[in-house]
Each structure stands twice: as structure tokens, then as C-alpha cells.
Design a protein. Structure first.
Length: 327
């Protein structure tokens, strides 16, 4: 009997060691197959553009194909929910933004669509200014024209953004509060569809990140009225800030970064963080992001986690002030 028990224990130990060594081997050989990066917005927007630029370089560094999959809707919630359900093995990632990560959950009544604890931060990609823009032939030639008309015609100026809870949305809510105006705010499933409707004349203006709008601004199809950051954007040095028009301390920007599902092995997170930072320091990648108005911002996974926590505190403050209201 004792011999049988010893044999069973021995077999169990051998099996456990085999499992553990197999797990370690899998982690040591990561990645061994293609990786998918979810973009929680429609093609053509800021996150989509930057993800494809960075993803191409990550593919070279990691030695595996990287597919970009757009899962748009609900201000980014659908994409985040898909990541939360994914296996925590490092083969499904998501590009997030500070607004969709911290604000979107606060805009839904009842149970939140996702929680921060469901994700493992990998690292930041970049910080991007936003711009309020109109068609090149629009009646609003300046930001003051825009404000004057909006004050005289409450609710009649239609302004699009990339989705409820995004930093674009937050910019418009804070603009209403700071300027004492009422806008007709129209959410889309990403910047791409919003810009399409602006170009087609269905809406009056859009608040968007520079990467997805720069080509239209350079061609003259769209005209910038003001940027949302406290300093002027380097790529739009002649465009004033909201603060320069008297909206003091107005400073909203979009920070993007990579997430993995919670419980992804630490070794995998560290490898992905190292690869991401290497990609961002690549001159070609950095130059392409900078030319689109996005500042590459390498940091550790711990620093990115702390940044998201600070952004969540800001979102909580907006919620307490009544700027954010669940619908």
C-alpha cells in the first residue's frame, strides 16, 4: 500500500514538474505565434493609425506577425470587454486611451462595462494634442466666431467626436462648462466616421487628435480653430490654444498605450514593454509619430499603471463636479 502511494505521489510530482517546465518553456519562447492588437475604435482614427505604425515595428522586434483588429463601439467599451475575455497569454493585446479607459465606464448606468483590474498595463505609446476643426469653407473662420455663434444659438452647433467617454468627448464637455455654451454633441464609433461626416457637411465641427486629422489640415480640406493643450502643438505653431481665448487652465490631451488581460505572466509583460519601448525609440517610428503630432512616450509598465491611476482620479473629479453623467 505504501509503495502504491509513493508511486502515485511520484507520478504526480513528475506530472507537475512536466507542467511547470512546459509553462516556463512557453514563457521563455514567447512569442511563438501571431499576436493580435485590438483597436477599440473604427479604422482611420488616432489609435488605429498609431497602432499600425507601432505594430509593424513590434512585429519585427518580436519576430511574429501582428494583426490589428478593430472592435468599435460604446466609446471603446466593446474592445476593452473583448480583451478582458481573452486568454492572458500575451497573444491578444489592446491599444487604449486615457479617456476610454477611465471615463467610458463612468458614463454607463448600472454595472460598469469593464474595470481597471481586468487589465495589465504594458506601456505608453504617446501623448497627442487635440484640435477643434471645421471644413475649410466653413463660416467659422476663428475660434471666437465659433464661440459667438454657439452662445447666440444654444444647441445648434453640431460637433462630432470619436465616442462617449473618449478624451475628445471630455474636451467638448469641458468646453461647454468653461465657455458657458451648449453644443449638439454627436458621438461616433471613431474619428474616421466623424471626419467623414464633417467633410461631407453633415456636422459643423469635430474635436480630433492630430494623427488622424493632419492630412486634412495640411491639404486645407479642414481648418484648425484651436488646440486643447496648454501649449501650442509643435506641428500647428500658428494655431492658438483654448486657454489663449480665455479658457484658463484648459488642458486636454490623449495618451495611448498597450494593455494585456489581467494575469498575463509578468515575464511576458516585461518582454512586451521592452519591445514597445524599443519600437518607440526607433528613429523611423518616432519621426512618423511626431510628423502626425504624437509625442512618443516610452515608460515602464509600472509608470504606465501609475499614469492610468492618476487619470482615473481626474475622471472621478469630473464625475463629482457633474461634468460626467451616466446615461
Amino acid at each position: 500500500m505504501r509503495k502504491t502511494i509513493r508511486s502515485a505521489i511520484g507520478a504526480s510530482l513528475i506530472g507537475m514538474c512536466t507542467f511547470l517546465s512546459g509553462t516556463a518553456l512557453a514563457q521563455n519562447t514567447y512569442p511563438s505565434r501571431p499576436i493580435t492588437i485590438i483597436v477599440p475604435f473604427a479604422p482611420g482614427g488616432n489609435l488605429d493609425v498609431t497602432t499600425r505604425i507601432v505594430g509593424a515595428e513590434l512585429s519585427k522586434i518580436l519576430g511574429q506577425p501582428i494583426a490589428v483588429e478593430n472592435k468599435a463601439g460604446a466609446g471603446g467599451a466593446i474592445g476593452h470587454q473583448a480583451l478582458a475575455r481573452a486568454n492572458p497569454d500575451g497573444y491578444t493585446l489592446l491599444t487604449t486611451a486615457n479617456g476610454s479607459f477611465t471615463v467610458t465606464p463612468r458614463l454607463q448606468k448600472g454595472k460598469r462595462p469593464f474595470e481597471a483590474r481586468e487589465f495589465a498595463p504594458i506601456g505608453m505609446i504617446g501623448i497627442t494634442p487635440q484640435v477643434l476643426e471645421v471644413r475649410g469653407t466653413e463660416k467659422f473662420k476663428t475660434f471666437n466666431d465659433f464661440l459667438s455663434y454657439a452662445k447666440a444659438n444654444p444647441g445648434k452647433v453640431t460637433v462630432g467626436h470619436s465616442g462617449n467617454g473618449t478624451t475628445n468627448h471630455i474636451s467638448l464637455l469641458q468646453l461647454e462648462e468653461a465657455a458657458g455654451i451648449k453644443l449638439n454633441i454627436v458621438p461616433y464609433k471613431g474619428s474616421g466616421p466623424a471626419l467623414s461626416d464633417l467633410l461631407g457637411g453633415q456636422i459643423d465641427a469635430v474635436v480630433d487628435q492630430l494623427p488622424s486629422s493632419m492630412s486634412y489640415l495640411k491639404s486645407g480640406k479642414l481648418s484648425p480653430l484651436a488646440v486643447t493643450t496648454i501649449q501650442r502643438a509643435p506641428d500647428l505653431p500658428d494655431v492658438p490654444t483654448f486657454a489663449e481665448f480665455g479658457l484658463k487652465n484648459f488642458d486636454v490631451s490623449t495618451a495611448s498605450g498597450l494593455l494585456a488581460p489581467a494575469n498575463t505572466p509578468t515575464s511576458v509583460i516585461e518582454q512586451l514593454n521592452k519591445a514597445l519601448n524599443q519600437a518607440l525609440r526607433n528613429k523611423d517610428v518616432a519621426d512618423r509619430l511626431i510628423s502626425l503630432g504624437s509625442a512618443p512616450t516610452p515608460m515602464s509598465s509600472k509608470q504606465f499603471s501609475e499614469f492610468l491611476a492618476s487619470e482615473d482620479a481626474k475622471a472621478e473629479a469630473l464625475e463629482k463636479r457633474g461634468v460626467l453623467v451616466a446615461e
